[in-house]
Every structure is written in C-alpha cells, then in structure tokens.
Design a binder for this molecule. Structure first.
Ligand code: DX5
Ligand code: ZN
Length: 239
C-alpha cells in the first residue's frame, strides 16, 4: 500500500495535484474545514506561514499546524514559510507534523540555502524552494537538484484572494526541464478553474488554491477541486 500521506511521491509526477491553502479556511472551525476539502478530493493541504516581516501580514504558527495534523492525521502538509528567518522554524514545524517545508530564495542563497535544505532533510521532511513574482527563475536553478519541489508564486505573497499574474508562467520553461521525475513544480496564488489550465499547460503539477476552494460551501467543493485538477466539472448534487 502506498503511503497516503505522500501524494508527491506516490502519485505519478506531472499528474496535477490540488493543494487548498488553509489561509482561506474558517479558522474558527479549521479541523472540520480541512477534513471537508480532503473528503471532497483535495490531494494535500497547503499551510501558509507569515511572519509580519518578510510579508506584511501574520497568519499562523506551529501550534495551528499541529492542530491540523491532529485533525487530518493522514494528510500531506505542505508548509510554505513566508518568513525572514526560516532556519528558526524548521524544528517547530517538523515537530508540528509538516511533511514538506518550503522557504524563499529571496532570504537564503548560497551556502546558507544549501545548509537549510540539509537541515530540513535531516529532520526527515521534504524540501521546497520558493520564488516571488519579480525574482527570475535563474535564482533557484543552483538549488533545484537538492529540493523535492520548486514553488513559483503567482501573486505577491502575504494575502489570499489576489489576481493571478500570468507573466510568471514562463518560469516553468527553465525550471521544468531541470526537474527529475520525483520532483514537483508548484504554483501558488490566484489559482481557480479559470487560471489553472494555463498553469497545468505550462508544466505546473501542484496547484495551490485558497479562496477558489474554501469560498465554496462545505460539502460542495468537489467540482471546483476537479476543475482545478483538469477533470470535467462534477455536478453539485449535495444540498
Ligand atoms: C499568498 C499565499 C497563497 C494564498 C493563495 O501569500 O502563499 O497560498 O493564500 O490564496 P488564493 O488562492 O486565494 O490566491
Ligand atoms: Zn502559499
């Protein structure tokens, strides 16, 4: 039996995976909202961590991640650190049940970047490197070999619900050919049924979607998840 917690490993690469961002979930009823999107067909959960410094917003810390891990014990947790000091958060989020921790190339390059990748791996956690819309794809290329996933931001990080920036799609032309079969290319920001096709066509195979998924009522999210993945819409039969 493949490990259900590891869709990045067990599902063939380039099969699009849908990763709802819990930033758009109902924080007052987070466990139920997380379980709902998984029951409705999401492949993993994306956990957005903001420090009020690297980005002008605060979101959640390791205690919330641990609570999500408890609510969804078998779900792959993809933790996106939008923080100035990612080194400080490796152990807290590994302890909180992260399956993958990604950090921004804008805050760690060269030796510090390689050391951080190694520290995450040494905790038995998968690693991702992230680049912001203005950052050229060339900046992540020295590290692509060492990570499990490259995450291209398609909005300026800090807030959910922003408009998709299509200019970032060309970054896949450089990054995708450099990836092995066991690595993934993720896109984050402004993804919904209307923008996901361009992202999939460009070569992205992990699609983060916050507001597009969570703004649908609980029990009625299968169709939007399926459309983002690239399947045909499923008629909403509930309620
Ligand atoms: C942006 C976050 C994204 C964002 C996605 O700072 O990294 O994950 O919440 O939300 P939507 O899909 O609403 O753009
Ligand atoms: Zn994110």
């Amino acid at each position: 039996m493949p490990d259900p917690r590891h869709p990045l490993i067990t599902i063939p690469p380039e099969t699009p995976l849908v990763a709802p961002s819990i930033l758009a979930a109902d924080f007052a009823d987070l466990g139920a909202d997380c379980r709902d999107v998984i029951a409705q067909g999401a492949d993993l959960l994306h956990v957005d961590i903001m420090d009020g410094h690297f980005v002008p917003n605060l979101s959640m810390g390791p205690a919330v991640c641990a609570a999500v891990r408890k609510a969804c014990p078998d779900t792959f947790l993809d933790v996106h650190l939008m923080v100035t000091d990612p080194d400080a958060y490796v152990d807290p989020f590994a302890d909180a049940g992260a399956d993958l921790i990604s950090f921004h190339v804008e805050v760690r390059e060269g030796r510090a970047c390689r050391d951080l990748i190694r520290r995450i791996r040494d905790r038995g956690v998968m690693t991702g490197i992230v680049l912001n819309p203005p950052t050229p794809a060339e900046r992540v290329m020295p590290y692509v070999d060492a990570v499990d996933l490259v995450l291209v931001m398609s909005v300026s990080p800090g807030f959910g619900g922003q408009a998709f920036i299509p200019d970032v799609l060309v970054k896949a032309d450089l990054i995708r050919p450099a990836l092995r079969a066991d690595q993934r290319l993720e896109i984050d920001g402004g993804i919904g049924p209307e923008t996901a096709k361009a992202a999939r066509d460009a070569g992205f195979d992990v699609l983060v979607a916050g507001s597009a998924v969570f703004r649908q009522p609980r029990g009625s999210r299968t169709s939007v998840i399926n459309q983002i993945r690239g399947g045909s819409p499923i008629p909403n039969t509930s309620g």
